[in-house]
Design a protein around this ligand. Sequence first.
Ligand code: ASP
Length: 324
Amino acid sequence: MQPVIAIHGGAGAMSRAAMSPEKEAEYLSALDDILVAAQAVLAQGGSALDAVTEAVTRLEDCPLFNAGHGAVFTSAGTHELDASIMDGATLRSGAIANVNCVRNPILAARRVMTDSKHVFFVGEGAEAFARAQGLDIVDPSYFSTDARREQLQRVQAEHPDAAVLDHDGQAMVAGVQRAPEPIDPDRKFGTVGAVAVDAQGNLAAATSTGGVTNKQVGRVGDAPMIGAGCYANNRTCAVSTTGTGEMFIRMVAAYDVSAQMEYAGATLAAAADSVVHHKLPTIDGKGGLIAVDAAGNVVLPFNTEGMYRGYARVGEKPVTAIYR
Ligand code: ASP
C-alpha cells in the first residue's frame, strides 16, 4: 500500500484575472509545503490520522486559508471556528463548533475523539474542554487578519443581510438565495481539509473552517458535522468537503459518497462525481470535496471555477492545483 495524503483550502470562483502570478505561486507553494510535511508523517510510518492532523494544523496556521489564523468574521466582528476529524478504522470521531480561543481547532476535535466519551462539543463547553486538555489557548484577535476585516466591511456595506461564502462570493440569504454578483472576486478562501490512507490501509479525514463571512452569530455549517463535511470509513473512503455548508448538510454530502460505494458498489470516482456534479447542484450546492479510498485512489472534484487542492503519494512529488 502506497500511502497518500490529499488536502484542500476551499473552492470557489477564483478568477485568473484577479489572482496575480505572485499570489498564485504563494498559494501553490503553501499547499506544497503542507503536503511535504504531511507526506513525511506517512513516509515515517505515521497513521492516516496523524497525517491529516498534521496537514490541517498547518492549514489552520497559514493565514491564506479560512481556518484558524486567517478565519473570516461573523456579522458581529467575532470569529467562530468549527472542526472535525474521523478515524476510518474505528469510526471514532470528534468535532467542535463555535469556538474562538482554541489556536488549532482540529487538535481540540481530535482530543474530543480520543479523550472524551462524546463526539461533539460546542461553544463554551468546547473551549473549557480544550483548556482542560492543555491545548494552546489564544486571544480571539489571534485569528484576525486585515484581509478578513476588509472582507467583512465590504460585505456589510454591500449586502448587510447576507452571510457570504468565501468560495464564489455569492451572498446567501436564509441559506438558499444568492445575489447575482460575486461580492469579492479577489478574495476566495474557504474551509480547509485533509484525507489520507496510510501503509496499513487505514483511512482518516479532517476538516476545519472559520465558516462564512458575516455569518449570523451561532450559525454552524457542514465542516464540523460528521457525515456532512467529514467522513471516513475503511470499508469505503475518507472525505472532506468545502462549499455552501447548508447544502452539504442537507445532502449529507460526505457520507453520501461512502454510502454510494457501500450500498451501490460505486467506485470512488463515480460516487464523488455524483455528489458534486449531480446531487449538490439540484439544491444549488456549490463547492467540492477531496476523497481517498482504501486502494489509494484520490479524487478532488469541484463544481466551482477552482479549488485550492493537492495530493502527495509517499515517494512522489506533491501535485498541486487551483483551477480546472
Ligand atoms: N463549508 C463551510 C461552511 O459552510 C464554508 C467553506 O467551505 O468555505 O461553513
